[in-house]
Design a protein around this ligand. Structure first.
Ligand SMILES: *[C@@H]1O[C@H](CO)[C@@H](O)[C@H](O)[C@H]1NC(C)=O
Ligand SMILES: *[C@@H]1O[C@H](CO)[C@@H](O)[C@H](O)[C@H]1NC(C)=O
Ligand SMILES: *[C@@H]1O[C@H](CO)[C@@H](O)[C@H](O)[C@H]1NC(C)=O
Ligand SMILES: *[C@@H]1O[C@H](CO)[C@@H](O)[C@H](O)[C@H]1NC(C)=O
Ligand SMILES: *[C@@H]1O[C@H](CO)[C@@H](O)[C@H](O)[C@H]1NC(C)=O
Ligand SMILES: *[C@@H]1O[C@H](CO)[C@@H](O)[C@H](O)[C@H]1NC(C)=O
Ligand SMILES: CC(=O)N[C@H]1CO[C@H](CO)[C@@H](O)[C@@H]1O
Length: 427
Protein backbone atom coordinates (compact mmCIF):
# COMPACT_ATOMS: atom_id res chain seq x y z
CA UNK A 1 0.00 0.00 0.00
CA UNK A 2 1.26 3.45 -0.81
CA UNK A 3 1.39 6.24 1.74
CA UNK A 4 -1.56 7.98 0.08
CA UNK A 5 -3.65 4.79 0.12
CA UNK A 6 -2.85 4.35 3.80
CA UNK A 7 -3.91 7.94 4.33
CA UNK A 8 -7.21 7.23 2.59
CA UNK A 9 -7.69 4.19 4.80
CA UNK A 10 -7.07 6.23 7.92
CA UNK A 11 -9.40 8.93 6.67
CA UNK A 12 -12.10 6.32 6.19
CA UNK A 13 -11.65 5.57 9.89
CA UNK A 14 -12.11 9.22 10.67
CA UNK A 15 -8.39 9.69 11.12
CA UNK A 16 -6.14 12.18 9.40
CA UNK A 17 -2.63 12.22 8.04
CA UNK A 18 -0.46 14.98 6.65
CA UNK A 19 -0.58 15.10 2.86
CA UNK A 20 2.55 13.67 1.32
CA UNK A 21 4.98 16.20 -0.05
CA UNK A 22 3.69 19.10 1.98
CA UNK A 23 6.21 20.47 4.40
CA UNK A 24 4.21 21.42 7.42
CA UNK A 25 5.12 24.14 9.79
CA UNK A 26 6.43 23.50 13.26
CA UNK A 27 4.11 23.77 16.27
CA UNK A 28 1.79 21.09 14.84
CA UNK A 29 -1.48 20.42 16.64
CA UNK A 30 -1.79 17.37 18.84
CA UNK A 31 -5.19 15.81 18.00
CA UNK A 32 -7.67 14.28 18.41
CA UNK A 33 -6.51 13.59 22.00
CA UNK A 34 -4.53 16.27 23.79
CA UNK A 35 -1.05 15.47 25.14
CA UNK A 36 -0.74 14.50 28.82
CA UNK A 37 0.97 17.86 29.41
CA UNK A 38 1.05 20.83 27.01
CA UNK A 39 4.03 20.87 24.66
CA UNK A 40 6.23 23.97 24.79
CA UNK A 41 6.05 26.55 22.01
CA UNK A 42 8.86 26.86 19.52
CA UNK A 43 9.73 30.49 18.70
CA UNK A 44 10.50 31.47 15.07
CA UNK A 45 14.09 31.07 13.90
CA UNK A 46 16.14 34.06 12.90
CA UNK A 47 19.01 32.80 10.72
CA UNK A 48 19.46 30.17 7.99
CA UNK A 49 22.33 27.82 7.14
CA UNK A 50 22.58 25.32 4.29
CA UNK A 51 24.40 22.03 4.69
CA UNK A 52 26.99 21.55 1.98
CA UNK A 53 27.07 18.14 0.27
CA UNK A 54 30.46 16.69 -0.73
CA UNK A 55 28.77 14.30 -3.21
CA UNK A 56 30.23 11.02 -4.46
CA UNK A 57 29.77 9.28 -1.11
CA UNK A 58 32.21 11.49 0.81
CA UNK A 59 31.40 11.94 4.49
CA UNK A 60 29.13 14.94 5.13
CA UNK A 61 29.13 14.61 8.93
CA UNK A 62 31.63 17.50 9.36
CA UNK A 63 29.42 19.72 7.12
CA UNK A 64 26.35 18.83 9.15
CA UNK A 65 28.02 19.52 12.49
CA UNK A 66 29.46 22.84 11.34
CA UNK A 67 26.08 24.04 9.98
CA UNK A 68 24.45 23.04 13.27
CA UNK A 69 27.07 24.93 15.28
CA UNK A 70 26.78 27.99 13.07
CA UNK A 71 22.99 28.04 13.26
CA UNK A 72 22.54 26.81 16.82
CA UNK A 73 20.68 29.11 19.24
CA UNK A 74 17.86 30.27 17.01
CA UNK A 75 18.69 29.09 13.50
CA UNK A 76 17.28 27.01 10.68
CA UNK A 77 19.52 24.41 9.04
CA UNK A 78 18.50 23.25 5.57
CA UNK A 79 19.49 19.99 3.90
CA UNK A 80 18.83 20.94 0.28
CA UNK A 81 16.24 19.43 -2.01
CA UNK A 82 17.35 16.81 -4.56
CA UNK A 83 20.64 16.50 -2.70
CA UNK A 84 22.20 13.29 -1.40
CA UNK A 85 24.13 13.47 1.83
CA UNK A 86 26.35 10.68 3.15
CA UNK A 87 27.12 10.11 6.81
CA UNK A 88 30.17 8.00 7.65
CA UNK A 89 30.80 9.29 11.18
CA UNK A 90 28.76 8.95 14.38
CA UNK A 91 27.39 12.42 15.17
CA UNK A 92 26.74 13.76 18.66
CA UNK A 93 24.02 16.37 18.10
CA UNK A 94 22.85 16.67 21.71
CA UNK A 95 24.12 20.25 22.11
CA UNK A 96 21.24 21.77 20.13
CA UNK A 97 19.24 24.71 21.40
CA UNK A 98 16.30 26.35 19.58
CA UNK A 99 17.22 25.02 16.17
CA UNK A 100 15.37 23.54 13.17
CA UNK A 101 16.67 20.86 10.83
CA UNK A 102 14.73 20.98 7.57
CA UNK A 103 15.55 17.86 5.59
CA UNK A 104 14.50 18.21 1.97
CA UNK A 105 17.16 15.88 0.55
CA UNK A 106 18.23 12.36 1.43
CA UNK A 107 20.73 11.34 4.10
CA UNK A 108 22.27 7.87 3.82
CA UNK A 109 24.40 6.16 6.45
CA UNK A 110 27.37 4.23 5.08
CA UNK A 111 27.25 0.42 5.04
CA UNK A 112 30.59 0.17 6.89
CA UNK A 113 29.52 -2.39 9.48
CA UNK A 114 32.95 -2.51 11.15
CA UNK A 115 33.06 1.26 11.65
CA UNK A 116 29.54 1.50 13.06
CA UNK A 117 29.94 -1.46 15.40
CA UNK A 118 33.00 0.20 16.89
CA UNK A 119 31.74 3.80 16.85
CA UNK A 120 27.94 3.98 17.04
CA UNK A 121 26.72 5.46 20.34
CA UNK A 122 26.08 2.80 22.96
CA UNK A 123 23.09 2.77 25.26
CA UNK A 124 22.91 0.28 28.09
CA UNK A 125 19.39 -0.97 27.42
CA UNK A 126 19.37 -4.15 25.30
CA UNK A 127 22.80 -3.28 23.84
CA UNK A 128 21.16 -0.57 21.76
CA UNK A 129 23.41 1.58 19.56
CA UNK A 130 22.56 4.62 17.44
CA UNK A 131 24.01 6.20 14.27
CA UNK A 132 23.56 9.62 15.87
CA UNK A 133 22.27 11.22 19.05
CA UNK A 134 19.91 14.13 18.50
CA UNK A 135 18.95 16.14 21.57
CA UNK A 136 18.90 19.45 23.41
CA UNK A 137 16.13 21.99 23.87
CA UNK A 138 13.48 22.97 21.33
CA UNK A 139 14.73 21.01 18.32
CA UNK A 140 12.52 20.49 15.25
CA UNK A 141 13.32 18.10 12.43
CA UNK A 142 11.00 18.09 9.40
CA UNK A 143 10.98 18.61 5.63
CA UNK A 144 9.65 15.31 4.17
CA UNK A 145 13.14 14.20 3.10
CA UNK A 146 14.61 10.80 3.89
CA UNK A 147 16.95 9.17 6.39
CA UNK A 148 18.22 5.88 5.00
CA UNK A 149 20.00 3.30 7.19
CA UNK A 150 21.31 1.07 4.39
CA UNK A 151 19.82 -1.86 6.30
CA UNK A 152 20.30 -4.70 3.82
CA UNK A 153 23.92 -5.40 4.73
CA UNK A 154 22.91 -5.49 8.40
CA UNK A 155 19.97 -7.86 7.81
CA UNK A 156 22.34 -10.27 6.08
CA UNK A 157 25.04 -9.89 8.74
CA UNK A 158 22.58 -10.44 11.59
CA UNK A 159 21.48 -13.73 10.00
CA UNK A 160 25.09 -14.92 10.40
CA UNK A 161 25.74 -13.44 13.84
CA UNK A 162 22.86 -12.45 16.14
CA UNK A 163 25.24 -10.57 18.45
CA UNK A 164 26.21 -8.07 15.80
CA UNK A 165 25.39 -4.54 17.05
CA UNK A 166 23.03 -3.08 14.47
CA UNK A 167 22.60 0.69 14.86
CA UNK A 168 19.19 2.26 15.39
CA UNK A 169 18.47 4.78 12.63
CA UNK A 170 17.27 7.65 14.85
CA UNK A 171 18.48 8.35 18.40
CA UNK A 172 16.48 11.01 20.21
CA UNK A 173 18.63 11.34 23.29
CA UNK A 174 18.07 13.93 26.01
CA UNK A 175 15.65 16.02 23.99
CA UNK A 176 13.46 18.45 25.92
CA UNK A 177 10.86 20.03 23.68
CA UNK A 178 10.89 19.29 19.96
CA UNK A 179 9.10 17.86 16.97
CA UNK A 180 10.11 15.17 14.49
CA UNK A 181 8.37 14.82 11.13
CA UNK A 182 7.14 14.86 8.47
CA UNK A 183 10.04 12.67 7.39
CA UNK A 184 10.67 9.34 5.68
CA UNK A 185 12.67 6.66 7.47
CA UNK A 186 13.98 3.80 5.33
CA UNK A 187 15.92 0.56 5.88
CA UNK A 188 16.94 0.88 9.49
CA UNK A 189 19.43 -1.84 10.54
CA UNK A 190 17.21 -2.50 13.58
CA UNK A 191 14.75 -0.27 15.53
CA UNK A 192 13.85 2.88 13.60
CA UNK A 193 13.72 5.24 16.56
CA UNK A 194 14.77 5.15 20.20
CA UNK A 195 13.72 7.93 22.55
CA UNK A 196 15.87 8.10 25.70
CA UNK A 197 15.89 10.56 28.64
CA UNK A 198 13.56 12.88 26.76
CA UNK A 199 10.47 14.95 27.56
CA UNK A 200 7.87 16.89 25.57
CA UNK A 201 8.65 15.49 22.11
CA UNK A 202 6.10 15.21 19.29
CA UNK A 203 6.53 12.76 16.39
CA UNK A 204 4.12 13.65 13.60
CA UNK A 205 3.95 12.42 10.00
CA UNK A 206 6.66 9.77 10.10
CA UNK A 207 6.61 7.38 7.14
CA UNK A 208 8.50 4.16 7.92
CA UNK A 209 9.34 1.35 5.52
CA UNK A 210 12.15 -1.03 4.58
CA UNK A 211 12.02 -4.68 3.60
CA UNK A 212 14.89 -7.07 3.07
CA UNK A 213 15.55 -7.99 -0.52
CA UNK A 214 17.35 -11.18 0.45
CA UNK A 215 16.17 -14.32 2.25
CA UNK A 216 17.24 -12.73 5.56
CA UNK A 217 14.38 -10.83 7.14
CA UNK A 218 14.73 -7.29 8.45
CA UNK A 219 14.37 -8.22 12.13
CA UNK A 220 13.70 -6.10 15.24
CA UNK A 221 12.69 -3.11 13.16
CA UNK A 222 10.48 -1.51 15.85
CA UNK A 223 8.98 1.83 14.79
CA UNK A 224 9.64 3.52 18.13
CA UNK A 225 10.98 2.46 21.51
CA UNK A 226 10.60 4.91 24.36
CA UNK A 227 12.87 4.61 27.40
CA UNK A 228 13.19 6.78 30.53
CA UNK A 229 11.03 9.39 28.81
CA UNK A 230 7.86 11.28 29.59
CA UNK A 231 5.20 13.28 27.76
CA UNK A 232 5.95 11.94 24.28
CA UNK A 233 3.38 12.02 21.45
CA UNK A 234 3.54 9.79 18.36
CA UNK A 235 0.82 10.55 15.79
CA UNK A 236 -0.30 10.58 12.15
CA UNK A 237 2.24 8.06 10.93
CA UNK A 238 2.45 5.01 8.65
CA UNK A 239 4.65 2.12 9.72
CA UNK A 240 5.54 -0.82 7.47
CA UNK A 241 7.95 -2.93 9.49
CA UNK A 242 8.61 -6.31 11.06
CA UNK A 243 8.53 -5.81 14.84
CA UNK A 244 6.72 -3.63 17.39
CA UNK A 245 4.98 -0.67 15.78
CA UNK A 246 5.57 1.25 19.02
CA UNK A 247 7.06 -0.17 22.20
CA UNK A 248 7.08 1.35 25.68
CA UNK A 249 10.28 0.24 27.36
CA UNK A 250 11.24 0.82 31.04
CA UNK A 251 10.23 4.15 32.56
CA UNK A 252 7.99 5.37 29.79
CA UNK A 253 5.28 7.56 31.29
CA UNK A 254 2.64 9.92 29.90
CA UNK A 255 2.85 8.67 26.32
CA UNK A 256 0.13 9.38 23.74
CA UNK A 257 0.06 7.38 20.50
CA UNK A 258 -2.68 8.20 17.99
CA UNK A 259 -3.66 7.91 14.34
CA UNK A 260 -1.22 5.23 13.27
CA UNK A 261 -1.43 2.78 10.40
CA UNK A 262 0.75 -0.22 11.25
CA UNK A 263 1.40 -3.06 8.80
CA UNK A 264 3.42 -6.22 9.34
CA UNK A 265 4.33 -5.43 12.94
CA UNK A 266 4.17 -7.04 16.36
CA UNK A 267 1.60 -4.56 17.58
CA UNK A 268 1.75 -1.71 20.04
CA UNK A 269 3.52 -3.10 23.06
CA UNK A 270 4.17 -2.32 26.66
CA UNK A 271 7.56 -3.92 27.26
CA UNK A 272 9.25 -6.15 27.37
CA UNK A 273 9.69 -5.23 31.03
CA UNK A 274 11.29 -6.94 34.00
CA UNK A 275 14.18 -8.15 31.86
CA UNK A 276 16.94 -7.04 34.22
CA UNK A 277 17.02 -8.75 37.63
CA UNK A 278 16.18 -6.44 40.57
CA UNK A 279 15.82 -3.35 38.36
CA UNK A 280 12.59 -1.35 38.73
CA UNK A 281 10.68 -0.73 35.48
CA UNK A 282 7.71 1.62 35.50
CA UNK A 283 5.32 2.10 32.59
CA UNK A 284 2.26 4.15 33.41
CA UNK A 285 -0.25 6.56 31.92
CA UNK A 286 -0.24 5.42 28.33
CA UNK A 287 -3.00 6.23 25.84
CA UNK A 288 -3.12 4.47 22.46
CA UNK A 289 -5.94 5.82 20.29
CA UNK A 290 -7.20 5.37 16.70
CA UNK A 291 -5.01 2.60 15.35
CA UNK A 292 -5.30 0.55 12.16
CA UNK A 293 -3.28 -2.66 12.55
CA UNK A 294 -2.76 -5.14 9.68
CA UNK A 295 -0.68 -8.24 9.03
CA UNK A 296 0.60 -8.28 12.56
CA UNK A 297 1.23 -10.80 15.32
CA UNK A 298 -0.58 -8.57 17.85
CA UNK A 299 -2.62 -5.43 18.38
CA UNK A 300 -2.68 -4.54 22.09
CA UNK A 301 0.23 -6.23 23.84
CA UNK A 302 1.82 -6.24 27.29
CA UNK A 303 4.92 -8.38 27.71
CA UNK A 304 6.57 -8.90 31.06
CA UNK A 305 9.37 -11.33 31.94
CA UNK A 306 8.66 -13.83 34.75
CA UNK A 307 10.49 -13.98 38.09
CA UNK A 308 12.79 -16.69 36.80
CA UNK A 309 15.66 -16.28 34.30
CA UNK A 310 14.44 -17.11 30.79
CA UNK A 311 15.96 -17.17 27.35
CA UNK A 312 13.91 -16.07 24.37
CA UNK A 313 16.75 -16.24 21.83
CA UNK A 314 20.54 -16.04 21.50
CA UNK A 315 20.42 -12.29 21.91
CA UNK A 316 17.49 -11.87 24.25
CA UNK A 317 17.41 -13.17 27.81
CA UNK A 318 15.91 -11.85 31.01
CA UNK A 319 13.63 -12.20 34.00
CA UNK A 320 13.50 -11.23 37.67
CA UNK A 321 12.92 -7.50 37.31
CA UNK A 322 10.60 -5.43 39.53
CA UNK A 323 8.17 -2.59 38.91
CA UNK A 324 4.69 -1.89 37.63
CA UNK A 325 2.52 -1.37 34.58
CA UNK A 326 -0.43 0.88 35.41
CA UNK A 327 -3.15 2.91 33.72
CA UNK A 328 -2.76 1.71 30.15
CA UNK A 329 -5.57 2.48 27.67
CA UNK A 330 -6.02 1.18 24.15
CA UNK A 331 -9.06 2.72 22.47
CA UNK A 332 -10.57 2.69 18.96
CA UNK A 333 -8.76 0.07 16.90
CA UNK A 334 -9.37 -1.69 13.60
CA UNK A 335 -7.48 -4.89 12.89
CA UNK A 336 -7.05 -7.25 9.93
CA UNK A 337 -4.96 -10.41 9.70
CA UNK A 338 -3.67 -10.04 13.27
CA UNK A 339 -2.80 -13.20 15.26
CA UNK A 340 -3.69 -11.95 18.75
CA UNK A 341 -6.08 -8.99 19.09
CA UNK A 342 -4.99 -8.77 22.73
CA UNK A 343 -1.99 -10.43 24.33
CA UNK A 344 -1.00 -9.88 27.92
CA UNK A 345 1.74 -12.11 29.28
CA UNK A 346 3.79 -12.21 32.44
CA UNK A 347 5.64 -15.28 31.19
CA UNK A 348 7.53 -13.57 28.35
CA UNK A 349 10.49 -15.63 27.17
CA UNK A 350 9.50 -18.64 29.34
CA UNK A 351 7.80 -21.50 27.52
CA UNK A 352 7.50 -23.61 30.69
CA UNK A 353 4.34 -22.20 32.31
CA UNK A 354 4.76 -24.44 35.39
CA UNK A 355 8.09 -22.76 36.02
CA UNK A 356 6.62 -19.32 35.34
CA UNK A 357 3.84 -19.93 37.88
CA UNK A 358 6.40 -21.21 40.39
CA UNK A 359 8.33 -17.93 40.13
CA UNK A 360 5.70 -15.29 39.44
CA UNK A 361 6.70 -11.97 37.98
CA UNK A 362 7.67 -9.30 40.49
CA UNK A 363 6.34 -6.69 38.09
CA UNK A 364 2.66 -5.97 38.59
CA UNK A 365 0.08 -5.18 35.91
CA UNK A 366 -3.05 -3.23 36.85
CA UNK A 367 -5.68 -0.89 35.43
CA UNK A 368 -5.55 -1.87 31.79
CA UNK A 369 -8.44 -0.62 29.65
CA UNK A 370 -8.80 -2.07 26.16
CA UNK A 371 -11.92 -0.86 24.39
CA UNK A 372 -13.56 -0.45 21.00
CA UNK A 373 -11.76 -2.86 18.71
CA UNK A 374 -13.17 -4.42 15.58
CA UNK A 375 -11.91 -6.68 12.85
CA UNK A 376 -10.87 -10.20 11.98
CA UNK A 377 -7.79 -12.06 13.20
CA UNK A 378 -5.47 -14.14 11.01
CA UNK A 379 -6.84 -17.41 12.34
CA UNK A 380 -3.37 -18.53 13.46
CA UNK A 381 -4.64 -18.82 17.07
CA UNK A 382 -8.03 -20.38 16.27
CA UNK A 383 -10.40 -20.57 18.03
CA UNK A 384 -8.77 -17.90 20.22
CA UNK A 385 -8.48 -14.21 19.43
CA UNK A 386 -6.95 -13.06 22.70
CA UNK A 387 -4.81 -14.24 25.59
CA UNK A 388 -4.24 -12.90 29.08
CA UNK A 389 -1.68 -15.04 30.91
CA UNK A 390 -0.51 -13.78 34.26
CA UNK A 391 2.05 -15.57 36.39
CA UNK A 392 -0.03 -15.17 39.58
CA UNK A 393 -3.33 -13.47 40.42
CA UNK A 394 -1.47 -11.46 43.09
CA UNK A 395 0.41 -9.48 40.47
CA UNK A 396 -2.19 -8.94 37.75
CA UNK A 397 -5.50 -7.17 38.26
CA UNK A 398 -8.17 -4.88 36.86
CA UNK A 399 -7.87 -5.73 33.22
CA UNK A 400 -10.91 -4.55 31.27
CA UNK A 401 -11.81 -5.52 27.71
CA UNK A 402 -14.85 -3.60 26.51
CA UNK A 403 -16.66 -3.63 23.17
CA UNK A 404 -14.20 -6.00 21.50
CA UNK A 405 -15.96 -6.88 18.24
CA UNK A 406 -13.22 -9.20 16.96
CA UNK A 407 -13.63 -12.62 15.39
CA UNK A 408 -11.42 -15.26 13.90
CA UNK A 409 -11.98 -16.11 10.20
CA UNK A 410 -14.04 -19.05 11.54
CA UNK A 411 -16.31 -16.72 13.48
CA UNK A 412 -15.03 -17.61 16.96
CA UNK A 413 -13.94 -15.11 19.60
CA UNK A 414 -12.42 -17.15 22.44
CA UNK A 415 -10.00 -15.81 25.01
CA UNK A 416 -7.43 -17.62 27.16
CA UNK A 417 -7.28 -16.18 30.68
CA UNK A 418 -4.91 -17.53 33.32
CA UNK A 419 -4.18 -16.28 36.83
CA UNK A 420 -5.80 -12.87 36.42
CA UNK A 421 -7.42 -11.79 39.67
CA UNK A 422 -10.00 -9.48 38.19
CA UNK A 423 -10.76 -9.17 34.52
CA UNK A 424 -13.93 -7.84 32.98
CA UNK A 425 -15.27 -8.59 29.55
CA UNK A 426 -18.07 -6.18 28.82
CA UNK A 427 -20.12 -6.02 25.63
C1 LIG B 1 2.45 -4.94 4.53
O1 LIG B 1 3.10 -6.04 5.17
C2 LIG B 1 3.24 -7.17 4.37
C3 LIG B 1 3.93 -8.23 5.21
O2 LIG B 1 3.19 -8.55 6.32
C4 LIG B 1 4.09 -6.85 3.16
O3 LIG B 1 4.16 -7.97 2.33
C5 LIG B 1 3.49 -5.68 2.43
O4 LIG B 1 4.38 -5.30 1.40
C6 LIG B 1 3.32 -4.51 3.36
N1 LIG B 1 2.72 -3.38 2.69
C7 LIG B 1 3.41 -2.26 2.45
C8 LIG B 1 2.66 -1.16 1.83
O5 LIG B 1 4.58 -2.12 2.76
C1 LIG C 1 13.10 3.62 36.53
O1 LIG C 1 12.45 4.29 37.57
C2 LIG C 1 12.59 3.64 38.83
C3 LIG C 1 11.70 4.37 39.82
O2 LIG C 1 12.01 5.72 39.84
C4 LIG C 1 14.07 3.65 39.20
O3 LIG C 1 14.24 2.96 40.43
C5 LIG C 1 14.86 2.93 38.13
O4 LIG C 1 16.23 2.96 38.40
C6 LIG C 1 14.60 3.56 36.77
N1 LIG C 1 15.21 2.74 35.73
C7 LIG C 1 16.07 3.21 34.85
C8 LIG C 1 16.59 2.23 33.84
O5 LIG C 1 16.45 4.37 34.81
C1 LIG D 1 -4.74 7.56 33.20
O1 LIG D 1 -4.60 7.78 31.80
C2 LIG D 1 -5.58 8.66 31.28
C3 LIG D 1 -5.40 8.70 29.76
O2 LIG D 1 -5.79 7.50 29.22
C4 LIG D 1 -5.40 10.03 31.90
O3 LIG D 1 -6.38 10.91 31.41
C5 LIG D 1 -5.51 9.91 33.40
O4 LIG D 1 -5.22 11.15 33.99
C6 LIG D 1 -4.53 8.87 33.94
N1 LIG D 1 -4.77 8.64 35.35
C7 LIG D 1 -3.89 8.98 36.29
C8 LIG D 1 -4.28 8.64 37.68
O5 LIG D 1 -2.84 9.53 36.04
C1 LIG E 1 -1.23 -7.06 4.33
O1 LIG E 1 -0.30 -7.88 3.62
C2 LIG E 1 -0.70 -8.22 2.30
C3 LIG E 1 0.38 -9.08 1.70
O2 LIG E 1 0.84 -10.01 2.62
C4 LIG E 1 -0.86 -6.98 1.50
O3 LIG E 1 -1.40 -7.31 0.23
C5 LIG E 1 -1.83 -6.01 2.18
O4 LIG E 1 -1.87 -4.81 1.48
C6 LIG E 1 -1.35 -5.75 3.61
N1 LIG E 1 -2.29 -4.85 4.28
C7 LIG E 1 -2.00 -3.58 4.52
C8 LIG E 1 -3.10 -2.81 5.17
O5 LIG E 1 -0.95 -3.06 4.23
C1 LIG F 1 23.87 -8.03 24.67
O1 LIG F 1 25.20 -8.42 24.70
C2 LIG F 1 25.46 -9.53 25.55
C3 LIG F 1 26.96 -9.77 25.52
O2 LIG F 1 27.41 -9.89 24.19
C4 LIG F 1 24.66 -10.74 25.09
O3 LIG F 1 24.81 -11.82 25.99
C5 LIG F 1 23.19 -10.39 25.00
O4 LIG F 1 22.48 -11.46 24.45
C6 LIG F 1 23.01 -9.16 24.13
N1 LIG F 1 21.62 -8.77 24.13
C7 LIG F 1 21.05 -8.23 23.08
C8 LIG F 1 19.62 -7.84 23.24
O5 LIG F 1 21.64 -8.07 22.03
C1 LIG G 1 8.98 -27.15 33.70
O1 LIG G 1 9.29 -26.70 34.99
C2 LIG G 1 8.94 -27.63 35.99
C3 LIG G 1 9.09 -26.96 37.35
O2 LIG G 1 10.41 -26.46 37.53
C4 LIG G 1 9.81 -28.87 35.82
O3 LIG G 1 9.48 -29.82 36.80
C5 LIG G 1 9.58 -29.45 34.42
O4 LIG G 1 10.46 -30.52 34.19
C6 LIG G 1 9.79 -28.39 33.36
N1 LIG G 1 9.34 -28.92 32.10
C7 LIG G 1 10.12 -28.92 31.03
C8 LIG G 1 9.52 -29.45 29.77
O5 LIG G 1 11.27 -28.47 31.04
C1 LIG H 1 -1.48 -18.95 42.21
C2 LIG H 1 -2.36 -19.54 41.15
O1 LIG H 1 -3.58 -19.43 41.19
N1 LIG H 1 -1.74 -20.15 40.15
C3 LIG H 1 -2.44 -20.81 39.06
C4 LIG H 1 -2.03 -20.18 37.74
O2 LIG H 1 -2.60 -20.90 36.67
C5 LIG H 1 -2.18 -22.25 36.59
C6 LIG H 1 -2.74 -22.83 35.30
O3 LIG H 1 -4.12 -22.60 35.20
C7 LIG H 1 -2.66 -23.00 37.84
O4 LIG H 1 -2.21 -24.33 37.79
C8 LIG H 1 -2.09 -22.28 39.06
O5 LIG H 1 -2.61 -22.88 40.23
Amino acid sequence: MKFTQAATLLLSLGLSLPVEGITRARNQAVAPKPPFRPLPDSPPRTKTCHVKANKNGKDDAPNILSALKECNNGGHVIFDKDTEYTVATAMDMTFLNHVDLEILGKITFTPDTDYWQANAFRHTFQNATTFFNLGGTDVNLYGSGELNGNGQIWYDLYAKDPLVLRPILVGIIGMHGGTFGPIKLRYSPQWYTIVVDSTDVLFDGVDISGYSKSAHEAKNTDGWDTYRSSNIVIQNSVINNGDDCVSFKPNSTEILVQNLHCNGSHGISVGSLGQYKDEVDIVENILVYNIAMYNSSNMARIKVWPGVPSALSTDLQGGGGLGSVRNITYDNMVIGNVDWAIEVTQCYGQKNLTLCNQFPSKLTISDVFIRNMKGVTSGKRNPNVGTIVCSSPNVCSNIYATNIDVKSPKGTNDFICTNVSVSYFLP
